[in-house]
Write a protein that binds this ligand. Structure first.
Ligand SMILES: NC(=O)c1ccc[n+]([C@@H]2O[C@H](COP(=O)([O-])OP(=O)(O)OC[C@H]3O[C@@H](n4cnc5c(N)ncnc54)[C@H](OP(=O)(O)O)[C@@H]3O)[C@@H](O)[C@H]2O)c1
Length: 314
């Protein structure tokens, strides 16, 4: 059977995205297939499509972008327990495939039950942001009473990391553009702006103590983050490849062979039901409008995620 999916058959600007027909995918061992209700758009998807990601050369064209999706399970692979056809779930594809989510059907590698009151858009755009935030907070061992600085707090990963760290009892300072200061405060962090003078601004904010720092922006702030925490061992980055040279851990998840934060999905769903977590969704587009969604994703400032919703008929 052929099914619809967003696709691109050459690298380039967002306009290369169209809707095409593909053979239906099937759930492999430990996987489920969902009829997609919503999918996320991430910076990684945009970089892959533009041909400027180191992984662009690893994908075959035509390619279906997107790694995050939510939907209704319609096929359960071997060795899956606790999930049945008809369950509403959210999660992500096998990220090593670098795509496959913005389609009529997607195969998920990790997932959790979608809380009934969580919108499809929030659920569809959550998977890898929750996984990445959980993995890096685990790596930093963020606990009650710690002061954590998050550089890039208003974005997809940062907006989740702020809330999950606050839920762990940490005091969080989050950086963003001037336009995002109130947004960061609403997420639960003490806001400040990023860029030059960061150590001075952070020290002026409170008692000056910063125990831990998480760089989700990859904008070159690692020396300042090390200055603030006083040791590179207390800093983790997900986006700055100069990190290891400075003694900072670069967390790449499955790409780096690390333990994943997949357990974070069920935990985030539980926090959602307690009213302590939400996924900020900046804007929602129909799948057929994926080019507009990618164009928006290439512009700042960010306020959380961008989502695609699946139409009843493609
Ligand atoms: N290693 C991993 O496992 C992993 C997983 C997911 C993502 N990533 C990578 O992590 C990065 C962030 O992903 P995302 O989904 O959170 O992206 P995003 O939604 O685009 O957010 C990026 C954030 O960076 C902020 N920012 C922009 N310029 C900055 C600067 N000079 N200093 C500090 N912050 C700045 C933006 O703030 P304003 O909007 O306020 O300007 C925005 O909040 C991307 O490079 C992505 O490829 C890595």
């Amino acid at each position: 059977m052929l099914v619809f999916a967003v696709q691109f058959d050459r690298f380039g600007p967002s306009e290369v995205l169209t809707v095409g027909a593909f053979p239906e995918p099937h759930a492999g061992r430990g996987e489920v297939r969902v009829r997609v209700r919503a999918a996320g758009v991430s910076p990684v998807d945009v970089a892959l499509r533009a041909g400027r990601s180191p992984s662009s050369e690893k994908i075959d064209l035509p390619h279906i972008p997107g790694v995050d999706a939510a939907g209704v399970v319609d096929e359960v692979g071997p060795d899956v327990t606790g999930t049945a056809v008809g369950d509403e779930v959210f999660g992500a594809v096998d990220v090593s495939r670098l795509g496959g989510a913005s389609a009529e059907f997607a195969v998920l590698k990790f997932w959790a039950a979608k809380p009934p009151s969580m919108s499809w858009e929030e659920a569809g755009a959550s998977g890898t942001s929750v996984e990445t935030a959980t993995r890096t907070l685990d790596l930093l061992d963020v606990r009650e009473g710690a002061t954590l600085l998050i550089d890039g707090a208003a974005g997809g990963v940062g907006g989740v990391a702020v809330q999950l760290a606050v839920a762990r009892g940490a005091r969080v300072i989050g950086t963003g553009s001037p336009a995002n200061q109130a947004f960061i405060a609403r997420l639960g962090a003490i806001p400040t702006t990023y860029g030059q003078g960061l150590p001075e601004r952070v020290r002026a904010l409170h008692d000056g103590r910063v125990d831990l720092a998480l760089d989700v922006a990859g904008a070159g702030s690692l020396p300042e983050l090390i200055t603030l925490t006083e040791t590179a061992a207390s800093v983790v980055t997900i986006a700055d490849f100069t990190g290891p040279r400075l003694g900072v851990r670069l967390s790449l998840g499955e790409f780096g062979g690390e333990p994943s934060g997949h357990h974070g999905l069920a935990a985030a769903a539980a926090l959602f039901e307690e009213g302590r977590f939400r996924l900020p969704v900046q804007e929602v587009f129909a799948m057929a409008q994926a080019a507009r969604a990618h164009a928006l994703a290439e512009r700042g400032p960010r306020q959380g995620k961008i989502a695609l919703t699946a139409a009843d008929s493609w």
